[in-house]
Design a protein. Structure first.
Length: 57
């Protein structure tokens, strides 16, 4: 009895999960600024912080 080869759909699901995990890691690195070119946060994050500061004050 030969072993059944891995299904194409199973391989596609595994690859999709790997790419989604990489996307989440890259987004976290970009958001928190770990090892980036600049240490300050992205301009849109600074804009969001100024908008929320206006609402709180």
């Amino acid at each position: 009895m030969s072993k059944q080869p891995i299904s194409v759909y199973t391989m596609m699901m595994i690859l999709a999960n790997i790419f989604m995990l990489l996307a989440c890691i890259f987004m976290a690195v970009e958001y928190f600024g770990w090892g980036g070119v600049t240490s300050e946060k992205a301009p849109n994050v600074q804009w969001m912080q100024t908008q929320t500061k206006d609402f709180v004050a």
